[in-house]
Design a protein around this ligand. Sequence first.
Ligand code: NAD
Length: 339
Amino acid sequence: MSILVTGAAGFIGFHTSNILCKSGFKVIGLDSLNNYYSVKLKEKRILKLKKDWPKNFKFIKDNLYSEKKIFDLLIKHKITIIIHLAAQAGVRHSLKKPMDYVKNNIVASTNLMEASRKYNRIRHFLLASTSSVYASSIKMPYSEKDPADFPLQFYAATKRSTELMAHSYSHLYGIPFTILRFFTVYGPYGRPDMALYKFTKNILNNKKIDVYNHGKHVRDFTYVSDIALSIKKLIKKEPIKNESYILDKKISFNSNAKIRVLNIGNGDPKELEDYISKIEKYTKKKAKINYLPFQIGDAFKTYANINKLKKLIKFSPKVKIDKGIKNFVEWYINFSKLK
Ligand SMILES: NC(=O)c1ccc[n+]([C@@H]2O[C@H](COP(=O)([O-])OP(=O)(O)OC[C@H]3O[C@@H](n4cnc5c(N)ncnc54)[C@H](O)[C@@H]3O)[C@@H](O)[C@H]2O)c1
């Protein structure tokens, strides 16, 4: 079975490709290697995948802007499963550069869906989305039944749009989709624009860290191997009927889309201050904190209800925050020595 993993040089794409190759799947990893953050880190991830899995992993540098090129790739590699992780991520960047999100989330996903429709052999299309789509909801924990139609920033708006695009492609052309709503993912090889990386780097270099909302943010931090393992287990669980709407019997609808929405989180939210104290524990240094006010577009709290995920794949997250941060700090210290 050949699996296309888009965004394979990215943080989650790297870990997902690794776990899939380890389980014997053939992975075609595609990524544009864009410069939103360190291209070197992306290249290092790809080099490691190529070195560890010379027979199972193949890398293609492409930006998903050409539907024809994607169509040819699907045929050439006899792809049956797509794990679409490529995207312009980051909430704060979306306030400055909205067009990056239109190109890499809306246009790139449309090309991939349209090429899949023409190719007509995709058995399961797994599409990365985000807990940010719930951000205006005050009910906790976030359940897949909750409304997600009031995104508070443009990143979430484009991610929610791709979910809706998937619904229409499934309804019209029968492509089975699973929408993966990830909750703040962290771990080794993590993203330099995310809090854990920035905080660890600055704490180790005795520099101040910027902490918004006076450290009172609460996040359902989810360890990356739990995400990758969940994705692997979901591959063979393609939805056979519309699961996203039947959940709520009060909603009447007329759709035969084979689509499912799933929270992939930890189900155990933590305050940012706890997170920082664990970084201090493993860096053995005290953080110098620059407390800042709440930032427009941020969510105060995220908290995943993961009952649906647990039931479907009989799996719940394994890595606790203490161990997860320890693993990250150890990785970061080695990684920064290599640079
Ligand atoms: N990391 C998180 O906490 C988190 C949380 C919620 C959702 N997500 C979603 O999960 C997915 C993976 O996130 P990540 O943290 O690994 O991000 P990442 O930025 O590390 O990875 C995304 C990769 O996609 C590539 N890419 C971007 N546009 C592309 C295009 N047009 N064509 C080909 N490649 C392109 C980038 O070069 C990058 O390597 C994204 O869809 C993101 O929105 C991530």
